[in-house]
Write a protein that binds this ligand. Structure first.
Ligand code: NAD
Length: 318
């Protein structure tokens, strides 16, 4: 199978590139390296079944040509940071919604039969039902990121209905593990590296969050694409547990062997759009036979170990 992956140099995208190469497929990666890392593709670059196209999703004809002949598109490229949406009100719309339309339209023109899309648990806003199932009502969007992803889901569903493209939508919780480059574990490890005596935490530390280990996430994507048969298939991806932010801070500090004093910005949200409680109900993907292998604690600890062993990454976005 020829798999076309956008965001191929990113945390999740590059891991997916490696996974599909390991499975014996041909992979074409597409990335503009805005947040992607050359080093993440070092292994793939040595594989004759891998090809990289360095370009932006806004370059429509380049995107279309790169996608030609693909059996499956996995669309990961995005502005992946839920924070700062209100500082850049156009960014999520352009990067996450309009460029998803570009991907869908190129897939239609090139007759690609299947598209997988990395959405997010943020589309539920502050969900009324927890753990949150895929068919939960979504009355209020609380972040421009979540809103842009939900709009992108809608476009893909309409392409599925209108043009017969089979669509897989994955609503992830926060993903952790090797190649992780953004999020609270990254920020805390970086700041504790500079000052192990003090840690400032956004919110009151009681925010409840769910996390998933990268290899568990990849297992789910590969399985769903293989097995799900609907026109549009929507899957929550997360573990069946959650933890408080204070718990994950404890895991991080324990792993680093530091005992900082904590200060809190206060309030039950770290920033506008921060969801005080994310916990997704994942029986739909479990029904296909998927089961995550790592607990949240183990995933946090592996991420800390990875970051400590990759100091160049901690400063890559300075
Ligand atoms: N990491 C998470 O916890 C998480 C959670 C939920 C959803 N997601 C979604 O998963 C996807 C991957 O996230 P990630 O954590 O790997 O992020 P990432 O920033 O590491 O990867 C995104 C990749 O896309 C590339 N890219 C961005 N804009 C582009 C453009 N216009 N043209 C071409 N390439 C572009 C970047 O260079 C980068 O390599 C995103 O769609 C994100 O919204 C991630």
């Amino acid at each position: 199978m020829r798999v076309f992956i956008t965001g191929a140099a990113g945390f999740i995208g590059s891991s997916l590139v490696d996974r599909y190469l390991e499975l014996g497929h041909t992979v074409v990666g597409y990335d503009n390296f805005s947040t992607g890392q050359e080093s993440f593709l070092e292994g793939a670059a040595k594989n004759p079944r891998f090809q990289l196209v360095r370009a932006d999703l806004g370059e429509f004809e380049t995107l279309r040509a790169a996608m030609r002949g693909a059996d499956l598109v996995l669309h990961l490229a995005a502005n992946a940071d839920v924070r700062f949406g209100t500082d850049h009100p156009r960014r999520d719309l352009e990067q996450n919604t309009i460029f998803t339309w570009n991907v869908a339209e190129c897939a239609r023109l090139e007759k690609v039969p299947r598209i997988g899309f990395s959405s997010t648990g943020s589309v539920y806003g502050e969900a009324a039902v927890i753990p949150t199932p895929e068919d939960c009502p979504m009355p209020v969007q609380t972040s421009l990121y979540g809103a842009s992803k939900l709009a992108a889901e809608g476009i893909l569903q309409a392409y599925s209905e209108g043009f017969g493209i089979q669509v897989f939508i994955f609503r992830f919780v926060s993903i952790l593990g090797e190649r992780y480059t953004h999020g609270h574990v990254f920020d805390f490890v970086k700041r504790l590296g500079t000052d192990p005596t003090h840690l400032h935490i956004l919110g009151n530390g009681l925010q409840r969050k769910s996390y998933l280990y990268i290899q568990d996430c990849l297992d789910a994507i590969v399985l769903a694409v293989d097995k799900a048969e609907g026109k549009t298939n929507v899957f929550n991806l997360g573990t069946d547990e959650y933890c408080e932010l204070n718990d994950s801070v404890r895991y991080i500090c324990g792993r680093l062997g530091v005992q900082p004093e904590f200060s809190y910005s206060g309030g039950d949200r770290g920033w506008i759009g921060d969801n005080p409680f994310i916990w997704l109900e994942c029986s739909r993907i479990r029904a296909l036979g998927w089961k995550p292998k790592l607990t949240i604690r183990a995933a946090v600890e592996r991420t800390v170990d990875y970051l400590v062993s990759s100091p160049e990454l901690l400063h890559a976005r300075d």
